[in-house]
Write a protein that binds this ligand. Structure first.
Ligand code: HEC
Length: 471
């Protein structure tokens, strides 16, 4: 009985909608009028020829066969990729759909995905081909065309390129572009210092023993352990959905004169011998830069802290910095994740010892990473969640850029809380029976709740912003 009434009611509703549609032409959403503007704005950056998505979603003919799949992906919140819980924070690069936009797509698909009038179609935006920000002011590239073998597993490789500037430069935008997207799995770029006793030969760092800094040593350890990481800092990473970053006007990343740009590339051979020459394009700031952007992660102490204040809490147990022979302190050792642990908890705390401004947050974990959230504790003791990623997806390591930069006074702190699933319930888990240790290969784990920030008491004197292209 109930079924009959419901059917009758929805039948009436449909009849009414159809009648209304035939009168006004607008009750059932159409592709040209209602759906295309959403797809062009929120999907086409990836769903167009030459980009990372498997199919283009630019025209009606492109989209029509995917209507059901689009419906289910937007309902599930899987497309567009955006994992922040809507209840916390506002982000200037938020590409998620509003409930109204989802509703429009669902109604359109349910009505048989009608095309509508050609005249309603919005003009297609001009998508950049190649570099997203136009031609860069300066390009750093791998020192040579790297030959990627057809098969095998490659260690993460490092390539060194000198920074040819006479003075430090600030870059407002950066883009890391793979020349061969089929084999570059992910990549990152740091500004780095050549360690004592080492030298760079043809773009490869040679250790004190004269052997290259790649691969593993006789004991199975990575050879680059002689690098002093404290001297290096992160510029940008490429992972799907990232690779182009534009900082707020007046802020930028420093490219230090006399240091090196160090590319780190993870190649995945794809059955065919090929080559790649990944590049970093940079755009100098057009307005004077008064704030330098630093990248650290929650749990680390800020470089301005008098002593290392880093703090981690693992499954309720505090990991304190280890005191070195020279009295300095270093991050304490984080215990391994036990086999089959389902909800293993790690917390990283960064005390704010002098005022900073936060610009962006980004989670980095590997395949056991489950969730991560960032909480600010204000000096009055009040806690505020500023980003929550409740279903972390290793394939989408997005950057969350705060809509309004957040000023944190000294006496506040940032806490990042993450869980890992090393059980068979985690469908990405390759080996639940294994203890998981910490390293930078994807089959191990990492806990990096990235913080992008500036130190408020360090206004820079405006630097020269004249771009000089020395390619
Ligand atoms: C940041 C890039 C990106 C954006 C933005 C994006 N997609 Fe995707 N999309 C992908 C990639 C990559 C895949 C394939 C891998 C996957 O399914 O995760 C995909 C897969 C899909 C699939 C499944 C295809 C299949 O083979 O089953 C659908 C449907 C889809 N996207 C629809 C959309 C819609 C609709 C939007 C906008 C509302 C959108 N996507 C926005 C990158 C993106």
């Amino acid at each position: 009985m109930k079924l009959t009434i419901t059917t009758l009611v929805s039948g009436l509703a449909l009849a009414a909608a159809t009648a209304h549609a035939s009168q006004s032409g607008s009750a059932v959403p159409t592709f040209t009028k209602d759906v295309a503007p959403i797809l062009l704005d929120r999907c086409a950056a990836c769903h167009r020829p030459g980009e990372i998505a498997p199919m283009s979603l630019l025209t009606y003919d492109d989209v029509r066969p995917w209507a059901r799949a689009i419906r289910s992906k937007v309902i599930a919140g899987e497309m567009p990729p955006w994992a922040a819980d809507r209840r916390y924070g506002k982000f200037r690069n938020d590409r998620s759909l509003s409930p109204e936009q989802i509703d429009t797509i669902v109604k359109w698909a349910d009505a048989g995905a009608p095309k509508g009038n050609d005249g309603d179609l919005p003009p297609a935006p001009a998508f950049p081909s190649g570099w997203q920000g136009g031609e860069p002011d300066f390009i750093f590239q791998l020192p040579f065309e790297f030959r990627v073998p057809a098969e095998g597993q490659l260690d993460i490789l490092r390539f060194w390129v000198p920074i040819p500037f006479d003075d430090d430069r600030f870059v407002e935008a950066l883009e890391l572009r793979r020349s061969n997207p089929r084999v570059v799995h992910h990549a990152r770029v740091d500004v780095a210092t050549v360690p004592e006793g080492c030298k760079v030969v043809n773009g490869i760092l040679m250790g004190p023993d004269g052997k290259p800094d790649t691969g593993l040593d006789a004991n199975g350890n990575r050879r680059n352990v002689f690098e002093v990481e404290g001297n290096n800092y992160h510029l940008i990473s490429y992972v799907p959905g990232r690779g182009y970053e534009r900082h707020q006007p007046g802020t930028g990343k420093r490219v230090t004169a006399g240091k090196w740009v160090r590319f780190e590339v993870h190649y995945n051979p794809n059955g065919e011998a090929t080559t790649d020459r990944t590049r970093l394009g940079v755009w100098f700031s057009k307005t004077p830069v008064t704030r330098e952007i630093y990248t650290k992660s929650a749990g680390q102490s800020l470089p301005t802290a008098a002593v290392d204040e880093s703090r981690f809490i693992v499954e309720g147990k505090e990991i304190l910095p280890a005191v070195q022979a020279d009295g300095s302190r270093r991050r304490g050792r984080i215990p391994n994740i036990p086999p089959y642990a389902e909800n293993w908890l790690i917390v990283g705390v960064t005390p704010i010892t002098e005022p900073i401004t936060l610009y962006a947050l980004s989670p980095h974990m590997h395949v056991r990473g489950k969730d991560m959230k960032w909480v600010v504790t204000w000096p009055d003791g009040r806690d505020e969640t500023i980003l929550d990623v409740p279903n972390y997806d290793f394939n989408w390591q997005l950057n969350y850029e705060l809509d309004s930069p957040l000023r944190l006074p000294s006496g506040s702190k940032i806490t990042a809380v993450a869980h890992y699933d090393n059980s068979p319930k985690n469908r990405y888990n390759p080996a639940p029976e294994k203890e998981v240790y910490w390293s930078d290969q994807s089959w191990d784990e990492m806990f990096i709740p990235y913080l992008e920030y500036a130190i408020d008491s360090q206004p820079l004197s405006p630097t020269s912003t004249v771009p000089r292209n020395q390619r």
